[in-house]
Design a protein. Sequence first.
Length: 151
Amino acid sequence: MKYEFSITKNPNPKKKPDPDTLRFGTEFTDHMFIMDYQEGEGWHNGRIVPYGNILNFRVVNHWLGSVRSNHAQEMFEGLKAYKSEDGRVLLFRPYMNAQRTNRTNDRLCIPQIDEDLFVEAIKALVKIDADWIPQKEGTALYIRPFIIADE
């Protein structure tokens, strides 16, 4: 199944970090993937946008009565993208991440996400930011998918 996502390129791409001084969780790519969920419509409106505060994208209607504020309902995962010796971009077991995402979603009563959709979204984002993948041995681009409840 082929998924289409809208893409808004970052008009001000950042300078890539020096792979010799990279520290985990301190550098962020130029883009992020966002998708909405609506009862009856499911997961929809997948899009790649310039990296920024998610509150600016109306993904989060963060009010004090929200599910997230009262029950901390959120799911997060993590996976890596890296480059092979011949320069191909590879993801480390993305379908296993999609399966773990859905197991967590099930436990938290968050709607399941189609595993192919999950993986295609990751691939689309990594393709846009492939030049952020460090090529130094032992390095990778860490991807942090998450879902948060906002109502």
